[in-house]
Write a protein that binds this ligand. Structure first.
Ligand SMILES: O=C(O)C1=C[C@@H](OP(=O)(O)O)[C@@H](O)[C@H](O)C1
Ligand SMILES: C=C(OP(=O)(O)O)C(=O)O
Length: 426
């Protein structure tokens, strides 16, 4: 297996222009495909998750052109849902932002589609979404285990109506039904069962739908009202914000080590909830500067904090490795759904943090991390989880090297992460 050893880094400094947001890239591609008109997208993320969405759109007959660097994309909208004359299979890797929204859009389209993915995708639940779509009389069958992909979808035009959806495992299920609801016949009400997780991702969904001409009434994240028989309308041009989750590694590096790091492509008005990772860093003692078009962090002494990270589950992983450099314990609370992401992230994080010397308590939905007085060199298993690989790069900001196993797994969202990270060492 390929490994990458990062030697101790004495200082970090510089500026990173962030690759486009994964969450926005895949939403905009789907909305642009369904919309009336042409959408010219800039700063599209070029990574595995986005390729899976693009390949699916190709198979579904959507016309688009990509620039050679794959970050500019012109999508010719269909002006409505998909239709395809033959049964097709779409491979969606391990991209939640492709699998979940496409399941809903295809259930209401005139298609016969099988959705497949990587082995881990078959362990990531989708039952709450399928249950919700079945209340609109969608025809979806599980091909292996009930509640999990792969799925066979016999799509057909659907009537809206009132449905209930469990929001306690993933917000992506709600995002999926919200995005298709305006294209159904008749109005819909979507009621949330349980406590909705990852709420800021719903804000991204609603903001993007609005830019494509559709308003949703959000009744306190408990119920959503959407008029049916609508059409998305292309806003023409779209600049994808930088990826706020990807920003977290660089901002943490500055807070840990020294110098200052500025990330551009996002700023204080960004639509992604993960920009609030910087608030957590600030609470740990970092100095953060918020501008319209950048966020900058400079060194300070970090102290461990006890906080609820349900709103920013992806960036919260970066807090777990920043905790190695803080004074006192860090507690990361309310992240049960880490267990159903690229790997069981609570278990994986606990195991790998212990390897570098931390004392870790792994709860059902939390981690308590007590940093060691001296970090140990370790070979970090990454579990085919891009964020495990990226967070553990921060260990090299100590006087100890770190070995990252399978570093190429960052291809899911950030293929050249390690070269960008190493360029900041100066
Ligand atoms: O909607 C999105 O773009 C995402 C929502 C979050 O998932 P959950 O809602 O499952 O927590 C996040 O972890 C994922 O990386 C992207
Ligand atoms: C959970 C993640 O991905 P997905 O969009 O596949 O859910 C992630 O990127 O951390």
């Amino acid at each position: 297996m390929k490994t990458l050893t990062l030697e101790p880094i004495a200082k970090v400094n510089g500026e990173v222009h962030l690759p486009g947001s994964k969450s926005i890239s895949n939403r905009v591609l789907l909305l642009a495909a369904l919309a009336e008109g042409t959408t010219q997208i800039s700063n599209l993320l070029d990574s595995d998750d986005v390729r899976h969405m693009l390949n699916a759109l190709t198979s579904l007959g959507v016309n688009y052109t990509l620039s050679p660097c794959r970050t500019e994309c012109k999508v010719q909208g269909l002006g409505g849902l998909f239709s395809h004359p033959h049964a097709i299979t779409l491979f969606l890797g391990n991209a939640g932002t492709a699998m979940r929204p496409l399941t809903a859009a295809l259930a209401a389209s005139s298609v016969d589609v099988t959705l497949t993915g990587e082995p881990r995708m078959y362990e990531r639940p989708i039952g709450h979404l399928v249950d919700a779509l079945q209340q609109w009389h969608a025809e979806i069958n599980y091909l292996q285990q009930d509640g999990f992909p792969p799925l066979r979808i016999k799509g057909q035009p659907l009537n809206g109506g009132t449905i209930k959806i469990d929001g306690s495992i993933s917000s992506q299920f709600l995002t999926a039904v919200l995005m298709v609801a305006p294209l159904l016949n008749g109005n819909s009400e979507i009621e949330i069962i349980g406590e909705l997780v990852s709420k800021p991702y719903i804000d991204i969904t609603l903001a993007l739908m609005q830019r494509f001409g559709v308003d949703v009434v959000n009744h306190g994240y408990q119920r959503f009202s959407i008029s049916g028989n609508q059409q998305y309308r292309s806003p023409g041009k779209w600049l994808v914000e930088g990826d706020a989750s990807s920003a977290s590694y660089f901002l943490a590096a500055a807070a840990i080590k020294g110098g200052s790091i500025k990330v551009t492509g996002i700023g204080k008005h960004a639509v992604q909830g993960d920009i609030h990772f910087a608030d957590a860093l600030e609470a740990m003692g970092a100095d953060v500067e918020w501008a319209d078009d950048y966020i900058k962090v400079t060194r300070n002494k970090l102290i461990g904090i006890d906080r609820d990270y349900n709103a920013i589950p992806d960036a919260a992983m970066t807090i777990a490795t920043a905790a190695l450099f803080a004074e006192g314990p860090t507690i990361i609370r309310n992240v049960y759904n880490w267990r159903v992401k690229e790997t069981d992230r609570l278990a994986a994080m606990a195991t790998e943090l212990r390897k570098v010397g931390a004392e870790v308590e792994e709860g059902h939905d939390y981690l308590k991390i007590v940093p060691p007085s001296q970090l140990k060199h370790a070979s970090i298993a990454t579990y085919n989880d891009h964020r495990m690989a990226m967070c553990f790069s921060l260990v090299a900001l100590s006087d100890t090297a770190v070995t990252i196993e399978d570093p190429d797994c960052t291809a899911k969202t950030f293929p050249d992460y390690f070269s960008v990270f190493q360029q900041l060492a100066r």
